[in-house]
Ligand binder design. Structure first.
Ligand SMILES: [Zn+2]
Ligand SMILES: [Zn+2]
Length: 232
């Protein structure tokens, strides 16, 4: 959004967004902040998640932009099915080939939800490991930062897209690739899940994936499985 309006992420967050969303916890719960909390960017990865904070941000952004279903850009559709523990990574990860191919073909550069999930370590399109260190400055980054710009390092601001040489995939990468494909299929189903499906309880994504791998089934199928009928 900051990119489309040619402003810095920090400006957009500070002046337009953050002060519209109340605290969700602590003694100031329900109050709207008067200034940006120090921990905002540190905890901003939760905006992609399944908690109250994500819910509040989605409704605020839907109101401001008049765009509906922004929850589909987060893990919210799965809030009642998948446990939030072990779900989101706190540091940014990306596929340099995705960035490069989007830019060279004139498509918008963005940060897919798939890359935000801890269990996803390989890009299913390019079959290469996701990066988490900038090749120029060598630093890690928060998922959202005051200098965030899609496809660019938020520390040194350099372009992160690269043309990747195809490697021979070893067994280790092949298994991670399968995981990434299973999770990508689940996220693709987000628009159809709604709140119509009532899951028995939330389950850890890692134990669900173990079931997917051993039974060669999708995550949706694993979610429909009765945990009491098997040992994990
Ligand atoms: Zn890719
Ligand atoms: Zn950098």
């Amino acid at each position: 959004m900051a990119e489309a309006h040619a402003v810095e992420t920090a400006t957009l967050v500070k002046h337009e967004l953050r002060l519209r969303v109340p605290f969700v916890r602590g003694k100031r719960s329900g109050q709207v902040p008067t200034k940006l909390p120090h921990s905002f960017y540190l905890e901003a990865y939760r905006l992609n998640g399944t908690g109250d904070r994500a819910r509040l941000w989605v409704s605020m952004l839907e109101e401001l932009t008049q765009v509906r279903s922004l929850d589909l850009l987060t893990a919210l559709p799965w809030a009642y099915a998948i446990d939030r523990r072990q779900l989101l990574r706190t540091n940014r990860a990306w596929c340099s080939s995705c960035y490069e191919s989007w830019r060279s073909s004139g498509r918008p550069v963005y940060e897919p939800l798939l890359w935000m999930l801890q269990v996803v370590t390989v890009c299913p399109d390019h079959r290469q490991p996701l990066d988490s260190l900038c090749p120029l400055c060598g630093r890690t980054q928060f998922v959202l930062s005051s200098k965030s710009r899609p496809g660019h390092c938020s520390r040194c601001r350099s372009w992160l897209g690269r043309v990747h040489e195809a490697d021979i995939m070893d067994h280790h990468v092949a298994e991670h690739l399968r995981t990434a494909e299973i999770v990508a299929d689940l996220l693709a189903a987000s628009p159809y899940v709604g709140n119509r499906v009532r899951w028995r309880k939330t389950r850890l994504i890692n134990s669900l994936l173990k079931f997917c791998h051993s039974h060669n089934v999708s995550l949706i199928r694993a979610l429909a499985d009765r945990p009491e009928q098997r040992r994990e």
